[in-house]
Design a protein. Structure first.
Length: 389
């Protein structure tokens, strides 16, 4: 037990209160006995001394209680101090647990469909396109064997189930001064083309001036991972607004199935957004890039290092309504265009002098797949079964 010093005894509250009693009370009594002292002075002294005396007693009582509590404290303090090692271990354990918490998150993001999109959605608002481009998987291009447009669904599919096919959804979204037939079909409108920076007039059934481009081409995706996807994922990819943009038909055909290493829009002010969209699409769906493609992306994004990665949007990565044949039957359809190509030259209305839809005279087109033999003479870039629209 700790010893109390002499100074501690002299400054204890009982001694101090005794001092008040021995000093203040006798002083007041002597003041009353002093002859010639005014009564008013005696009363004031008494009025001051009495409260001070009782306050001292009250403080002494409270301090006695706290002194009693303090006397008990050394026993409580001594117990944990006797085992300092045990008190330190619980602190170290939570820290170790906190450092292990990110691991389950990494396990979730390892899934190429669900986890990767979850991470993408959570981080897209704060991630730059340049950072995301550096995080893309870099591999060589695989073979194009087995690719066909039908591997990504039979034309445009209403994946969001809003009653309109994806092509008309995109035309409604991007065209201005629109003339509509019902709530879905766009008859005409004006497009501010992002690829060329020009204004283009769209007219349904007229010259094919506007295509719906897959910013990451379907063939490119096929050679960089999509060949091994589920059919429903390929359908979602081909109909995802994040990967679609109405553009000048000529520019789209120049691009073909090229990636950023082989083609960029002539409108340089749009290149940052163009590449950022490609990065966002490839991040969302887990499509890899070649080294040359990644280098080209980074060269563009070097001019806009703070350009944020576009968000993934509401489109799921797995389409609930594939809107097309099962994957097993799609390879059989790859041979259907060939008979049309061989028989097309014999048809009088198929004129090879018009290599592009824009060259067609008035009254020619549009041509429909399976109906018009002229269909085979032109490339159906948007895969809707109609050319020279």
């Amino acid at each position: 037990m700790a010893k109390t010093s002499a100074g501690g005894c002299l400054t204890s509250w009982p001694v101090i209160v005794l001092g008040f009693i021995l000093g203040v009370v006798p002083g007041v009594i002597l003041l009353w006995l002093r002859p010639g002292t005014r009564v008013k002075t005696k009363l004031i002294a008494t009025a001051v001394a009495v409260p001070v005396f009782f306050i001292a007693l009250a403080v002494n009582g409270g301090e006695s209680d706290s002194t009693t509590d303090a006397a008990d404290e050394p026993v409580a303090v001594t117990t944990p101090s006797a085992t300092p090692t045990e008190s330190a271990e619980p602190v170290a354990s939570p820290v170790a647990g906190e450092s292990e918490e990110p691991e389950p998150e990494e396990t979730k993001t390892a899934d190429p469909v669900v986890g990767q999109v979850a991470t993408f959605e959570a981080e897209a608002d704060a991630t730059t396109a340049e950072t995301a481009a550096l995080a893309l998987t870099v591999k060589g291009r695989a073979a194009k064997t087995g690719y066909s447009r039908e591997q990504f669904g039979d034309g445009w599919v209403d994946v969001d189930q809003n009653g309109c096919d994806t092509r008309n959804d995109m035309l409604k979204l991007r065209l201005t001064k629109k003339d509509m037939s019902g709530s879905c079909k766009v008859l005409s409108g004006t497009l501010d083309d992002p690829y060329t920076g020009q204004s283009i007039v769209f007219e349904y059934g007229g010259a094919s001036e506007v295509d719906i481009d897959h910013m990451v081409a379907l063939s490119d995706a096929w050679q960089k991972g999509a060949a091994k996807w589920k059919f429903a994922k390929r359908v979602a990819f081909a109909n995802d607004p994040l990967n679609l943009e109405p553009v000048d038909a000529g520019a789209n055909r120049q691009k073909g199935d090229g990636d950023a290493a082989t083609w960029l829009p002539s409108n340089k002010s749009y290149r940052c957004e163009y590449v950022a969209r490609q990065v966002a699409v490839k991040t969302k769906y887990g499509v890899w890039v070649t080294q040359a493609e990644q280098d080209a992306m980074l060269r563009v994004l070097d001019d806009c290092p703070d350009y944020l990665l576009p968000g993934p949007g509401d489109q799921p990565v797995i389409a609930k309504n594939t809107g097309g044949p099962a994957p097993e039957s799609t390879p059989k359809k790859t041979s259907t265009p060939k008979p049309a190509e061989t028989t097309a030259p014999a048809e009088p209305e198929t004129d090879p002098r018009y290599p592009y839809c824009k060259d067609l005279p008035s009254g020619y087109g549009p041509y429909y797949k399976g109906t018009d033999p002229e269909y085979a003479w032109y490339t159906d870039r948007d895969g809707d079964g109609i050319v020279c629209e």
